[in-house]
Design a protein around this ligand. Structure first.
Ligand code: 9MR
Length: 346
């Protein structure tokens, strides 16, 4: 073989190898520096406290933080007359020192409630008082330190009716309106969000949410935005459904926080191996969403928040008991194709 032929063969072999390897991309620069809106991550306090790599990526890549669990009632308000601020205040300090926006999640939800609330005995006005004190004690504690709150989370059923939560049963349907009023009274500077899942996928639910929030706003209740959770997959919802939701919500004058993004590559819970093809589809999905999000007026872009930092931190694996790889970084904290493409599109 002549030297020329040998060199040609090496070039061809190298090129074909590159095709089959997952390209590792450069994550030496912060994602948020490429973006005109905040890029957030849901923080697991155990990881932040104990894992240096996690801590470094959280600081380096993101400029907005949502506590994944520690601001929920069972953590912050474990007993009727006791609030546990310790871990939450650590996160506040982390955000202050590192200049991160802090988004509170969540004041009122039907999950992760402490037993004392579930077992609370009282008439409607006693429930209302307890509810008000819960919301206002938390809002006042974090006043000036938190930019925004998910005030009410997941209050609607898929068919557009109100979910029959303990709050609705004990206080009545007006609990949503009251939650926003109490939060605003306690911290008038905080931006207040309603947060829910399947807002893009389910038009009926979206219309019901918008109808309620518009009605409350017409009556003077402060509601600034809607959190579209976006626990989605490489298949659903379709991009046109996401486009319709973004348009409709921003046309109605609400800020939009893509508040809990993860993109499942295994929505049918099969035995799978992570493959280049799946990761490219995931990257394309996030790229499409990002392009659509960039089209809404900037005053409505509250930011894009990922529901976890790396694939090993995702709630999905435990919850559905399946293999999945829904986030920007892999199990070794290396950036995935979805990270690279996201950065390019931002
Ligand atoms: O990611 C959270 C997980 O660690 C908790 O076990 C779970 C409890 O229900 O809540 C998860 O976060 C949820 C969020 O607070 C609201 N939207 C759905 C999220 C995923 O379940």
């Amino acid at each position: 073989m002549t030297i020329r032929k040998y060199i040609l063969l090496i070039i061809i072999l190298t090129a074909s190898c590159e095709k089959t390897n997952i390209e590792k991309c450069d994550d030496s620069q912060s994602l948020y520096l490429f973006s005109n809106f905040p890029i957030g991550v849901a923080i697991d306090m155990n990881e932040l406290n104990n894992d240096n790599q996690y801590y470094e990526i959280a600081i380096n890549q993101f400029n907005s933080v949502t506590p994944e669990n520690i601001f929920k009632p069972s953590f912050l308000h474990p007993n009727e007359n006791y609030f546990d601020w310790l871990e939450a205040d650590k996160l506040v300090e982390f955000c202050q020192i590192n200049n991160k926006r802090l988004h509170g999640h969540t004041l009122i939800w039907h999950n992760q409630l402490p037993d004392w609330i579930i077992n609370f005995q009282g008439n409607q006005s006693e429930w209302d008082l307890m509810f008000k004190e819960h919301i206002q004690t938390i809002c006042m504690h974090f006043k000036g330190k938190i930019k925004s709150w998910d005030v009410v989370n997941e209050a609607f059923n898929d068919n557009g009716t109100l979910r029959n939560t303990i709050w609705k049963q004990k206080i009545g349907s007006s609990y949503i309106e009251k939650a926003f009023m109490y939060a605003h009274e306690a911290d008038p500077d905080a931006l207040l969000f309603y947060n829910d899942c399947d807002i893009a996928l389910n038009e009926t639910k979206r219309k019901a949410i918008l109808s309620l929030l518009n009605n409350l706003r017409q009556r003077g209740v402060s509601i600034h935005g809607i959190g579209m959770q976006m626990h989605i997959s490489i298949v659903h919802p379709e991009n046109k459904q996401i486009a319709a939701a973004l348009k409709e919500i921003s046309d109605n004058g609400f800020k939009i926080h893509l508040s809990e993004i993860d993109i499942s590559v295994n929505p049918l819970s099969k035995e799978i191996e992570p493959s280049i093809e799946l990761f490219e589809r995931q990257a394309n999905k996030l790229a499409a969403i990002t392009l659509l999000y960039k089209e809404i007026p900037s005053r409505y872009q509250y930011g894009i928040t990922f529901w976890g930092l790396s694939d090993k931190n995702t709630w999905i694996r435990n919850y559905f008991n399946r293999d999945d790889y829904p986030l920007l970084f892999d199990d070794n904290y290396d950036p995935k194709p979805v990270y690279c493409k996201f950065k390019d599109i931002l």
